[in-house]
Design a protein around this ligand. Structure first.
Ligand SMILES: Nc1ncnc2c1ncn2[C@@H]1O[C@H](COP(=O)(O)OP(=O)(O)OP(=O)(O)O)[C@@H](O)[C@H]1O
Length: 659
């Protein structure tokens, strides 16, 4: 059962007043569907909206043209032939064949030569169209690949350049994909060619029934069904919407079903809860009853009333009524061959108009997605650099980067609570600082501010007396090395994973081997079959039929086994590999600040001790900041220990008992 509730045109969210179209909430089976309420059809509004998309479509067209003008023109010709010329030609040639056959049947003397000529022409045109379709199906993917790679490049560049603040502020751009580029162009082209085809066909039909004197009536009758279908058609995809499953029984059922996933296997077996899960599943299914669980869009489509459904069905037979009426009123007006041709064109027209209605709405929707890709270029980067080079001229910071935090406060984007409040501290060049404190007290946040992942919301961070924001961002990044548990392995080879610590020497295997040794990853790499060439979490596009099972004794199953076989390492081994990248970073000789934030949570005590020892070995010329809960063996090397407890920050003497 569907129930509807209308919402206000504006709503308050925190401090912002939201404007925009009013919304309407509908419960469809297990789903809560919220849609925008569209104003009644207003041609001026529609035109304004359509023309608003012109600059985007023009830019897209220029992008397509740039892929290769001759290829594009050839593709346009092929598509135009397929969607427009071929329809008219086949109608005309079929009609000609039927007329000649009908004349022959009437006189009893079929004109063999004329029939042969007409059939040969039809065959020739069919063969040509087949060649056109074949060529278009090969040329299209080439253009599609080129366009999508262009867009991929654009998206990649923009997403890589976006800083952390930007990512949090622009979550909506996450779903932006390159695929919409070709889809939009193709929809635009389809709309244009189908429109031309429909107009040409209407003209043809008009000419055919001209002899009856009721050409406009017949044309209108042909258009009735497509217009009704468009008018009564309901699809969630044609309007802005959000959907969520809200039925508690449905959600519980999904949760129980998910318990069959491999990741819960161990818990389920050791907990001995299989019986309970099955019993609960049956009980929940009973509680859900016959509530509709089909997709929200399917349910929305079914909201069409019975009278509209009946009217649309009947409309499909209106042309037949016309033929019947004409044959009674003026029997000589329409020949059988003309009726057959009209019948063929009438179903073609219905299909074309339906497609046109769909594609114009589709173009509108897709244009918005393409605009989102172009808009990525305008994403504002919150973290900006200044123009002072680092290290400052005349002050090479040979011992490491010095810091002074003056009344620094910080809140994460979108968060109301402060992660740091009014922090003041000084870190001298080359000091080894250990930051300790309770969970959530802001230790990692200090690191994020010092490495300029974020900027302080209040107060100042000074480097050598100069605001950190005044230094060139690239120079500061170059002078910083960070090792945290948020760092991941890249889906690239292990040698590249480590080598990227110093991109200038990404292929220098001697440096990479030494970095792997210092990071404690030497043995990890040695035991992998592909060694430094191993790619962990390899991005693969695998596909296999539902009738191929792993473990089967078929050759296909063996192939599948090989495809899905992947090297893997433990959590601690991963941390060693990531740490190796940091050691590689030191080889640039530019690093003046090292920030290490809990990188050893998965390391055994021996490996942890070794990692910190190796880090201390390369300490010369660097300020080092360690955030750790297991600081025991670091304290005796620390120059300063910062104790952070929610908003209270103090400095302790490392020699104090209990620290
Ligand atoms: N990206 C974020 N968005 C919003 N709030 C955040 C974000 N990251 C951290 N916080 C909040 O900021 C506060 C400080 O977090 P931070 O990670 O600096 O603490 P921490 O001292 O390093 O904690 P832990 O010892 O658990 O690692 C916490 O209240 C945390 O919930």
């Amino acid at each position: 059962m569907a129930s509807e509730k209308k919402g206000n045109g504006s709503a308050e969210k925190e401090d912002d007043i939201l404007t925009g179209p009013p919304i309407q909430t509908t419960q469809l089976g297990v789903y809560r569907v919220v849609t925008e309420i569209r104003p009644p059809f207003d041609p001026r509004e529609k035109w304004k909206k359509a023309t608003g998309g012109f600059p985007t479509l023009w830019r897209l067209t220029k992008d397509v043209y740039a892929l290769g003008p001759w290829m594009v023109f050839l593709f346009l010709f092929l598509e135009f032939w397929s969607s427009c010329v071929d329809c008219i030609l086949s109608l005309h040639l079929s009609s000609r064949i039927l007329t000649i056959i009908e004349a022959g049947l009437k006189t009893g003397h079929p004109d063999g030569a004329a029939i042969f000529q007409a059939v040969a022409l039809r065959m020739l045109s069919l063969a040509f169209t087949a060649v056109v379709d074949w060529s278009s199906a090969r040329l299209g993917p080439i253009l599609q690949g080129r366009l999508e790679t262009r867009f991929q490049n654009r998206i990649l560049r923009s997403k890589l350049a976006t800083d952390l603040t930007g990512v949090q502020a622009n979550l909506s751009t996450e779903h932006v994909t390159e695929q919409t580029s070709w889809r939009t162009f193709k929809s635009l082209l389809d709309t244009a060619t189908k429109l031309a085809g429909a107009v040409a066909q209407l003209g043809y039909v008009f000419r055919l029934v001209q002899s009856t004197g009721h050409a406009p009536v017949f044309t209108l009758l042909c258009l009735t069904q497509p217009v009704l279908l468009t008018f009564f058609r309901r699809s969630l995809w044609l309007k802005p919407h959000v959907v969520e499953a809200t039925d508690p029984h449905f959600l519980r059922m999904k949760g129980l079903r998910e318990l069959s996933e491999p990741k819960y296997k161990q818990d389920i077996i050791t907990g001995d809860i299989v019986h309970h899960i099955l019993q609960e599943f049956r009980r929940t299914v009973g509680l859900l009853g016959d509530t509709d669980i089909s997709s929200a869009n399917e349910q929305y489509q079914r909201l069409v009333g019975a009278p509209s459904h009946v009217a649309t069905k009947l409309a499909s037979e209106l042309p037949l009524l016309y033929y019947a009426a004409t044959s009674i009123m003026s029997p000589a007006a329409l020949s059988l061959s003309t009726i057959a041709t009209l019948h063929q064109s009438e179903s073609l027209l219905t299909w074309m108009f339906q497609y046109l209605m769909y594609s114009t709405q589709n173009v509108e929707r897709l244009t918005t997605s393409v605009r989102a890709v172009y808009d990525l270029e305008n994403v504002v980067h919150e973290t900006k650099g200044g123009d002072i080079s680092y290290p400052p001229v005349g002050s090479p910071h040979e011992r490491g980067m010095p810091f002074e935090l003056r009344n620094v406060s910080f809140s994460y984007p979108g968060a109301t609570a402060k992660a740091l409040d009014n922090v003041t501290l000084t870190i001298k060049p080359g000091q080894l600082v250990v930051v300790v404190g309770s969970n959530g007290s802001g230790k990692s946040t200090i690191i994020k501010l010092l490495t300029r992942l974020y900027d302080a919301t209040d107060g100042e961070i000074l480097v050598d007396g100069e605001d950190i924001k005044n230094y060139k961002l690239a120079d500061m990044r170059h002078a910083t090395a960070a090792l945290t548990q948020d760092h991941h392995l890249y889906p690239l080879s292990l040698s590249e994973n480590i080598g990227l610590g110093n991109p200038a020497h990404v292929a220098d295997m001697d440096m990479i081997r030494e970095a792997a040794r210092q990071g404690g990853a030497e043995d990890v790499i040695a035991k992998l079959a592909d060694g430094f060439g191993t790619v962990l979490e390899h991005p693969r596009n695998m596909q296999y039929g539902s009738d191929v099972f792993k473990g089967d004794d078929s050759l296909l199953a063996v192939e599948l086994e090989k495809m899905t076989k992947e090297a893997d390492v433990s959590g601690g081994e991963r941390q060693r590999l990531v740490a190796s990248r940091t050691f590689m970073r030191f080889t640039s000789g530019a690093v003046k600040l090292v920030c290490v934030d809990e990188p050893s949570s998965n390391l055994d005590p021996q490996a942890e001790w070794q990692l910190f020892k190796n880090l201390r070995t390369v300490r010369a010329g660097k300020t080092m900041i360690f955030v750790t809960h297991r600081f025991g063996h670091l304290t005796k090397h620390a120059d300063v220990i910062l104790c952070v407890t929610s908003f209270a920050l103090g400095c302790a003497d490392p020699s104090l008992p209990g620290v």
